[in-house]
Design a protein around this ligand. Sequence first.
Ligand SMILES: C[S@@+](CC[C@H](N)C(=O)[O-])C[C@H]1O[C@@H](n2cnc3c(N)ncnc32)[C@H](O)[C@@H]1O
Length: 205
Amino acid sequence: MATDFDAAAAEWDTPEKVERSRVLAHEILRRVPVQQDWVALDVGAGTGQLSWVVGPHVARMIVTDPSGGMLDVARTRAEDDPDRYDVRQVDLTSEPLGEKVDLVISAMTLHHVPDTQALLQALRETLYPGGWIALADLDADPENLFHDDDHDGHRGIDRDDLAARLRDLGFDDVTTETAATVFKNKHGIEREFSVFLATGRLPRT
Ligand SMILES: C[S@@+](CC[C@H](N)C(=O)[O-])C[C@H]1O[C@@H](n2cnc3c(N)ncnc32)[C@H](O)[C@@H]1O
């Protein structure tokens, strides 16, 4: 099924978005003890901006998104290192990944997912015991000042509610911190938005 993101793919990698992803990826690397032999999963990876920064720190990065258009862009870059990058078109809210991973990462995706709880549960099932989750997303935006007026996703994500849901799913050491600032102009008004990073890990047994 074609998505709005298919149409956006060719123009997605603006310098601002690439820089935002670089900052978020470095925050993930700062807060998660990433190991070189890990398998990681980027959920809602889009063109793979987060994957390319975290990827060199793990053995394998599974780059997933439901949008074929976004992944077409990701595939051209993944071809440079096919042993490390595994690009897959999948919606994990309705299809299992089919393997376990050590780390799940994501940037600016959860607020575009209709059933966020289904995705969080699927991600929890995808992690090995002791595995880590690191989800970056737009803070709550109740007046929808970030997206266009026809935005049909969530108005950002309440970081405290997400932290509580991660704890309910069994994650320990859950933290949320502001990880990046994004500037965006809507209807001629430039505004500043915060992006948080939520991390947590599963018990080892
Ligand atoms: C704002 S983009 C972020 C892309 C990328 N992570 C980045 O930071 O550039 C949101 C992404 O979420 C994806 N998405 C939409 N529904 C999804 C779902 N159910 N599961 C995973 N990703 C989804 C979209 O296709 C899109 O690529």
